[in-house]
Design a protein around this ligand. Structure first.
Ligand SMILES: N[C@@H](CCC(=O)N[C@@H](CS)C(=O)NCC(=O)O)C(=O)O
Length: 215
């Protein structure tokens, strides 16, 4: 049985990625939520996470403290689930876009922080932010064009790549980012997942406010 240590559901986009992956693939886990920006977090996080960051997956004596590392570990432990696409070429592209998400998109992260309670257009979109939004749209539409025949997600069936982009779907929704028909359809598919709905409801029920992530 795994334990997944996460931050506030309203704000912690990296936690959402790992949580959604486990939940979508029906992998049993216990959830341990620590409040970000709180003394409790500072006092407890090093007990679980050598990096001081969430998410952390605890599997027996092992701690895995990064969303992409957690994803790879889960994919290795449960090969029958095909957490990555089955075909080599699709898997290579899925890994590329997941790594691109993990190491890039600094403007989206900084200017559009995840906040599931928020529903208001972004105040301003700089050219740099617009470029990153365009790049995400391009990734989503090209994946959908290529893999639509296999299912509704980026590579047909739900994969780690969808978990990596889930917080971006929520951000585009919260900040009223305009997208084309193909990307809107993908966003709707993601938003209607019962797992993501459950995360959003729990996020909205949280009472902590972190000013840095609010307007
Ligand atoms: N590269 C890490 C990023 C993790 C991360 O930045 N987590 C944030 C919450 S979303 C955190 O733990 N922040 C706590 C802090 O900075 O004190 C991953 O992929 O898991």
């Amino acid at each position: 049985m795994y334990t997944l240590v996460i931050g506030n559901k309203n704000y912690s986009s990296w936690s959402l990625r790992a949580w959604l992956l486990l939940t979508q693939f029906d992998i049993e886990f216990e959830e341990l939520r620590l409040r970000l920006n709180d003394d409790e977090f500072e006092q407890n996080i090093r007990h679980y996470s050598p990096s001081g960051l969430v998410p952390v997956l605890i599997s027996g004596d092992l701690r895995i403290w990064d969303s992409l590392a957690i994803s790879e570990y889960i994919a290795e432990q449960h090969p029958e689930l095909n957490c990555w696409p089955k075909k080599t070429a699709a898997r290579a592209v899925a890994r590329s876009i997941s790594s691109e998400m993990h190491s890039g998109f600094s403007q989206i992260r900084t200017c559009l922080p995840m906040n599931c309670r928020r529903k208001k257009p972004a105040a301003a979109i700089s050219p740099e932010l617009a470029d990153e939004i365009e790049r995400v749209r391009d990734i989503w539409s090209s994946c959908r064009r290529e893999y639509a025949r296999n299912g509704e997600f980026l590579f047909g069936g739900f994969s780690i790549a969808d978990a990596m982009y889930a917080p971006v779907v929520l951000r585009f929704d919260s900040y009223g980012i305009e997208v084309g028909a193909m990307e809107a359809e993908y966003m709707e598919t993601m938003r209607s997942l019962p797992s993501l709905q459950a995360w959003i409801s729990a996020a909205r029920a949280e009472t902590e406010i972190i000013e840095a992530y609010e307007d």
